[in-house]
Design a protein around this ligand. Structure first.
Ligand SMILES: NC(=O)c1ccc[n+]([C@@H]2O[C@H](COP(=O)([O-])OP(=O)(O)OC[C@H]3O[C@@H](n4cnc5c(N)ncnc54)[C@H](O)[C@@H]3O)[C@@H](O)[C@H]2O)c1
Length: 339
């Protein structure tokens, strides 16, 4: 198979490329990535060395339809997997426009390329956050039929992109699939996101910022379990369908901080409570029974093992995050001045 991955220099994309080439080493994979502050070619040094002839990176913007089509013309992909996005909820509060440009119009540009060039299949990576949030004490979870109810600019941009994918499927008959996944954790995540931010701050002997609503829950999945789900959807999923991908493992930010503090032998005094981000969602939980029953997916990495391995990875790979942490575009301290 000839696979074009967009946004493959980011967190999930780079893990997916490594996963894919390890499993399907005969395939050819092209990584098309703008290399924004969140894109890092150093996340794929090992892949570049090991799969030299089967892997290539091209720097480019998904909004640049001419360039996307030129690249597709040369590479001739069977499939595009779209990870490319602005992905940081907090940054979306201060600079929403770039989220709509990349996540919505960028996705539309890719769909245009797929339509014009008759590319066989478009898989779109989306998030649980499109469904809105749940009360902390509810027994509900979101199914693929739940209405979209995004509450933040990032969530709204992702929800809009999902709608575009569906519209292109229905209008033009393009083969599309969508996965809506829970919060990922694992190696190579930019240290603006919760787990790497906390671990790297502690390694730098800095406080860790918890929102005052630190009991807010997230559902957590190891990035490799997400990659296996995408693999199954690509190979066995039905065209036009959406699949929720979650573990059912919910942890509050407070619990996550305690796990990290304990693993790094740091006292609770490192916690600093800061003002909540505007629109901070309370809780998301996915009903993943569809992918479990139809595609026989289930998570394989326990939360405890995955967290320990992840924390240790940031301890052992300081060369990776120390070079990029300063590129963070937002601090979580004072939302009143976010303008
Ligand atoms: N991280 C999570 O927990 C999570 C959960 C569910 C879904 N998702 C979705 O998964 C996808 C990947 O998330 P991530 O956490 O790896 O994000 P990330 O921010 O780590 O990576 C995004 C990548 O996209 C690239 N990019 C940004 N704008 C681009 C553009 N205009 N053209 C080409 N490339 C561009 C960046 O350079 C970067 O390499 C996103 O669509 C996100 O919405 C993430």
């Amino acid at each position: 198979m000839r696979l074009m991955v967009t946004g493959g220099a980011g967190f999930i994309g780079s893990n997916f490329i490594r996963y894919w080439l390890e499993k399907y080493s005969e395939d050819y994979l092209l990584n098309y990535d703008l290399l924004t502050y969140a894109g890092n070619t150093e996340s794929l040094i090992d892949v570049q060395e090991k799969y030299d002839l089967h892997y290539q990176l091209i720097q480019g913007d998904i909004n640049d339809l001419n360039k996307v089509m030129e690249v597709c013309n040369k590479f001739n992909p069977d499939l595009i997997v779209n990870f490319a996005a602005e992905s940081h909820n907090s940054y979306a509060v201060v600079n929403p426009s770039i989220f709509f440009k990349t996540n919505v119009m960028g996705t539309q540009s890719l769909l245009e390329a797929v339509r014009k060039m008759n590319i066989n299949h478009f898989h779109h990576i989306s998030t649980c956050e499109v469904y809105g949030d749940l009360p902390l004490d509810s027994d509900d979870s979101f199914t693929e039929q739940s209405p979209y109810c995004p509450r933040t600019p990032y969530n709204a941009s992702k929800a809009s992109s999902d709608m575009l994918v569906r519209a292109y499927h229905l209008t033009y008959g393009i083969k599309t699939t969508i996965s809506n996944c829970a919060n990922n954790y694992g190696p190579y995540q930019f240290p603006e996101k919760l787990i790497p931010l906390f671990v790297t701050n502690l390694l730098e002997n800095k406080e860790i910022p918890l929102y005052q609503s630190s009991s807010h829950q997230r559902e957590w999945i190891h990035v490799n379990d997400h990659c296996r789900a995408i693999d199954l959807i690509i190979n066995k999923g039905k065209s036009g369908e959406t699949y929720n991908v979650g573990t059912g493992v919910e942890k509050s930010v407070e619990q996550i901080s305690d796990i990290i503090l304990e693993r790094l032998n740091c006292p609770p005094s490192y916690k600093k409570y800061v003002q909540d981000r505007p629109g901070h969602d309370r809780r998301y939980l996915l009903d993943s029974s569809k992918i479990r029953s139809e595609l026989e997916w289930k998570p394989e990495i326990s939360f405890q093992d995955g967290m320990e391995e992840t924390i240790d990875w940031y301890v052992q790979n300081q060369w990776w995050w120390k070079k990029v942490k300063h590129k963070s575009l937002v601090t979580e301290l004072n939302w009143n001045s976010s303008g």
